[in-house]
Design a protein around this ligand. Sequence first.
Ligand SMILES: [Zn+2]
Length: 415
Amino acid sequence: MKHLHLFFLLLIIFVAISAVHTFAEEFCIDADFPGGNIKVLGIDGDTVRLQQDLRDTAGSWFYWSFRIRGAEGRTLNFVFTEGVIGVRGPAVSTDNGLTWCWLGDLGFSATKFQYRFGTDEKEVFFSQGMNYTEKDLKRFLEKYKDNPNLKIETLCKTKKGRSVELLRIFNNKKVPDFKVFLSSRHHCAEMTPTYSLEGIIETVLSDTDDGRWFREHVDFFIVPFVDKDGVEDGDQGKNRKPHDHNRDYIQRIHESVQAITEQIPKWLDGKPLFYLDMHCPWLRGGSDPLHLEKGTNEYVYFVGIDPKEFEFGENSWKGVQRFGTILEKERKGTIPYRALNNLPFGVSWNTGANKKTANLQKSDEWGATLPNVVFSSAIEIPFANAEGVVVDTNSAKALGCDLARSIRIYLETLE
Ligand SMILES: [Zn+2]
């Protein structure tokens, strides 16, 4: 009888422990979706210990993106091993990536956050930035599917067999006066500019004076995802070994860079070229261009190329400054911009030191070598903060509209 009591007591304890154990781990964390990237180091009760998955990145970088399912009504803590969370916290999506918002505001912890899951939040996505992958581009392009001015082509296939989208906007009844090349995701994790690209495309295809002008005078060659495999696989992209897509313009080991460098010279057809490659800076640090030592990562700026290395270099910087003056004046969106923000060659990180060998060339540097180039530069658009103003999907898109209008004025006022 006594033994029987003991048996039941042990059974109750065992069931109780199992129940607690099951409860603690019943939520599920994964990165098995486009753009997913996470290493789970351990789960202790309500605390999840995490690390970004660096894969083939040289050195450290900060991209991560994961999904939690089955944590309705719970509060969980997420702790990273190093500072990989932006200044407004993680980007959060509760609708499968359709919309995103920042969890917090300026001053957010770089290493940890807590999230209280609503009782109906069955699935929540968390990411270092506001993810933008192929499905987002498809959704955006859906509304233009019957638009005769937009042609969705394939630039090339990637190593993994994916199609790299090439968007062409041109008037096939007229010889264009100008050529405009636009690209984002040479560094696949730098997603903010792809939202700005939407703003540019929207303006160009719009039933406005600007839209009509563009469709009358300009032939566009737009590559939204230069590192398509990296975008879909959720890689860091920057500092990919042996070198990333934006250092590949001499060696050309990446399919999309091969395709761009083969196709652009033929497409140019002797017309003046406006060449803009779009990036995000480092995650944190510096919102004041007057204090570069604190970083150049929380404001919008253009990057100058070496005037000694490139014949067009001197004129390139003049062009960047002239474009900057136009953008400063024309800006209607909330993201601030001042021509003063532009980073000339030789200042802060822009010294060429990060190229390591002469055998590496950036996209905008290659653009500067093309015949009849009238503008070639890279823009840096922050992930979450521009001089205190929120950078998100909407404000980044509005910046794109400002960029489009400025491109028109720049081209119309060429000397
Ligand atoms: Zn970049």
